[in-house]
Design a binder for this molecule. Sequence first.
Ligand code: AMP
Ligand code: ZN
Length: 473
Amino acid sequence: MLNLFDTRTRQAQPITPMDNQTVRFYCCGPTVYGPAHIGNFRTFVMQDVFRRVVELGGLPTTHVRNLTDVDDKTIRDSQKANMSLNDFTDKWTKQFHHDCSELNCLAPHIEPSAVRHIPEQIEMVEALIDKGHAYPSEDGSVYFKISSYPDYGRLSRLDERELELGKTANTRSSSDEYEKDSVADFVLWKSRKPEDGENYWTSPWGEGRPGWHLECSAMIHKYFGNNFDLHSGGVDLVFPHHENEIAQSRCACGGDFAKNWFHITHLLVDGGKMSKSLGNMYTLDDLKQKGYNASAVRYVLAGAYYRRPLNFTLSSLDDAKAALNRLKKFDTALAALCVEKEVPNYEQMREIKPSLGEFTAAWQSLNNDLNTPEALGHVFSAIKRINVADLSPEQAQEVRMAFHFILDAFGIVLPEEEKVQEAPAEVVQLATQRWEAKQNKDWAAADTLRAQVTELGWTIKDGKDGFELIPNA
Ligand code: AMP
Ligand code: ZN
């Protein structure tokens, strides 16, 4: 069973469905106003790993992930692009789906769009006003009154950040995103402004549009009711977005809202924040244009522990490529012995539940707070331990099933056969001698041997505990 760190209690909690049947979880989806960057995909890939570990562990899930297709940013950029909001967000939703499938992310079971749930959002605002938790302002906007909800701030521990509700109770924020440290009555419904163009709906408070925070609360209520198992997003969403969702939902509907909270720490690039101005904001397409494939990107994103920042570098993609090739080599060697060459697909694997043998430790690491780097360490140790040549066809089959079960949990797709080119024995021998010389710090010998390998048309790429041979173009 998966034990996962819960942001609210700050403790690992077992993931068990509250209805004893299905783990129902909600992920805040993309704002579809441009291509998602690899930071966004760290979050979506880790949510996918979460789902795979739960499902392969024997529990069905219902995965709901929304599309934020109406907010300050989508409206602003659709107008810049001279497109209707609908056409504009459609275009970026298609791109998002394309990237998700390249990254081998399972499609959510339900993908509600905010624009298609306006009546549900209006209903929630009405309930909040009726119960004294919200008030309309002079201009026809509606705000949530945070002083009416004493539990406000529990998830993000506002008290520890010395932000007191009382001090700021009369300040308001009307934009969807606001400062980390400002606690303000936040907007539920925004009155129509000239800059909104044609993007408005009628409501009891006049023409306007929903605030971003409200969208998720209304869609969660529609698909899950008042209580569900887990809510997830990147760590930037803890405050104010998730705090606001809890306040709205609990005040409007009662119930406890999410039982567990799963937040993914941010991805950094070259040790710093991604930003367009630094030119280090990569999309999947950017990386593909640099010659990397989606499989390597997934490997890097899934292979880092989600509670630590992931420092993304291009060289980590080179390492991922080498690691994938090693996995493929192992698989090819096993497949050569197996009578049945076909590997079950993900859905079949969920049913089969193979015995894990040498891969048991990797599965345990995954179930211990999704410790993916530790799990990968166990995978490579198992590969080193197993001498494929000694296996009978039946044993090879069993090992291969266990190996693919773990690959499925990671969502790793092995590279195509032809990409793994065997180096001739002479080259392997020289490269092995060079590796040993390097371990012995005999740099002169290592250099000479590397030159010989290069001469024979191969490049040595060093990893942490071995080397890879890549044919020169
Ligand atoms: P957005 O499209 O901005 O609404 O974000 C989609 C998801 O990506 C949210 O769960 C964010 O918290 C998450 N996210 C944004 N930036 C990063 C980052 N640098 N690293 C990891 N997750 C991120
Ligand atoms: Zn949300």
